[in-house]
Design a protein around this ligand. Structure first.
Ligand code: AMP
Length: 430
């Protein structure tokens, strides 16, 4: 066993898999831009208090999953970001973004860190892409972020995903609901587990999030938040659903879907994949108008966003066989050097091809011609360009189409022209 192993809950991504990541990330960049979202990149670590305030101290994330450290004995505690929203809101407030324009549409792709027990689909370092729409959180804005998320899934050809949606109402709705929940759970205090007991006082909505099998029946009988929504909240929710129906986005109302933090309001949603086991959530989001105030802003900032887990998205795509086309991507031309004293000439030609935008491979290990041809076939190169003494002296090169086996003798200019034409049909794939 090698002396050093990757840390538990982290993993290496090798080139074949990295190609898949780039493909998905490319789709995210293109679609986010189509919807008018611009990329934001925030630091990987922040002051610990940001997450304590921004995620909430009763959550598992803050309670037990943060990687926190002291930069020096006198310094303030820092934490590797366990989610993106708090950092994005901090950046927006710190830089007065909303005074420059009333609405900001931001998206991100980045690594997150949570000290969870690693298992399939759950890592200690993982990635998310997501979007945050700041400055307006009307039903149209909510529908905009959900639609963007669903269009990413659709463009990647994913199927079998389920969008569940609910409304958490406004602050007054939730105050009344909180009391109703406390009234419901209090007589059962003795059968609640420790964390639910604690939540009963501080934040009874979070009991509904409990995964404890022993509590599921009790939770199933709890009052529904939906029954405590006032007319304005109901209308707001109906309008979001209307937009989704208009766009042919299938959803299921899930009255048990809650985000147990005070600053979440109105619409909340989650997407699950039947392809994943116990950890079946691919992404989720909702409105969080109260977060800015929690982070020290003098007023609420209307906001709505979503986050999707990259690893789980990729796992689902893999299970659905959506990478088959990607896996066969290969260099367009393989420069085959017939004699090793012509290697430098071959390198020069390869450079010229690459400089002309043609994807080119050459054997840097100076193996035999047979080995080079084997490699060219193995990596599915479309052409082999031969470099022999004849080619060097005459300036005419043998170009073999490895699919049709047709071989032609061409000047370098003609080779470049033909390959460029061919490359235009098959654009450079990263
Ligand atoms: P959350 O921020 O907890 O709502 O998570 C949003 C999405 O991130 C989830 O639906 C998952 O796809 C993904 N995710 C969350 N935690 C992890 C983890 N520990 N490992 C891998 N993916 C995760």
């Amino acid at each position: 066993m090698p002396q050093y192993q990757a840390v538990k809950g982290t993993r290496d991504i090798f080139p074949d898999e990295a190609a898949r990541w780039k493909f998905v990330e490319g789709m995210v960049h293109v679609l986010a831009s189509l919807y008018g979202f611009s990329e934001i990149r925030t630091p990987v670590f922040e002051y610990t208090e940001l997450f304590q305030r921004g995620i909430g101290s009763t959550t598992d994330i803050v309670g037990k999953e943060m990687f926190s450290f002291l930069p020096d004995p006198k310094g303030r505690s820092l934490t590797l970001r366990p989610e993106m929203t708090a950092g994005v809101m901090r950046a927006a407030l710190q830089n007065n973004l909303l005074s420059s324009a009333p609405v900001h549409k931001l998206y991100y792709i980045g690594e997150l860190f949570r000290k969870e027990r690693p298992q399939a689909g759950r890592q200690r370092q993982f990635s998310q892409f997501g979007a945050e729409l700041l400055g307006v959180s009307s039903p149209a804005a909510v529908a905009e972020v959900i639609t963007l998320m669903m269009q990413v899934f659709e463009s990647l050809d994913l199927h079998g995903l389920k969008l569940r949606i609910n409304s958490l109402g406004d602050t007054d709705d939730r105050i009344r609901y909180r009391e109703a929940l406390q009234g419901y759970f209090s007589p059962f205090r003795d059968i609640l587990d420790d964390s639910s007991k604690e939540r009963l006082e501080k934040n009874p909505l979070r009991i509904l999030d409990s995964k404890n099998p022993a509590l599921q029946e009790l939770i199933a009988g709890a009052p529904r938040l939906y029954d405590y929504l006032n007319d304005a909240s109901l209308q707001d929710f109906e309008k979001v659903l209307f937009y989704l129906r208009e766009r042919g986005i299938a959803y299921e109302i899930d009255y048990r879907l809650v985000r147990g933090l005070d600053y979440y309001c109105n619409t909340a949603f989650e997407v699950t994949s039947s392809e994943l086991g116990a950890q079946d959530a691919i992404g989720g989001g909702g409105r969080y108008d109260g977060l800015a105030r929690e982070l020290g802003s003098s007023a609420d900032v209307p906001a709505v966003g979503f986050a999707v887990g990259m690893e789980r998205l990729l796992m689902t795509m893999e299970k659905q066989g959506l990478f088959a086309a990607l896996d066969s991507r290969a260099p367009l031309v393989y420069v085959v050097v017939q004699q090793q004293d012509l290697f430098d000439h071959g390198m020069q030609i390869a450079w010229q091809l690459r400089h002309a935008g043609i994807k080119t491979e050459i054997d840097l290990a100076a193996r035999s011609m047979k080995a080079q041809m084997r490699e060219a076939n193995k990596i599915n190169a479309s052409f082999a360009l031969f470099i022999g003494s004849m080619e060097q002296t005459t300036g005419f090169y043998s170009l073999k189409n490895l699919i049709t086996s047709e071989q032609t003798l061409l000047s370098l200019e003609a080779v470049l022209e033909l390959l460029q034409e061919s490359a235009a049909k098959e654009p450079l794939k990263l």
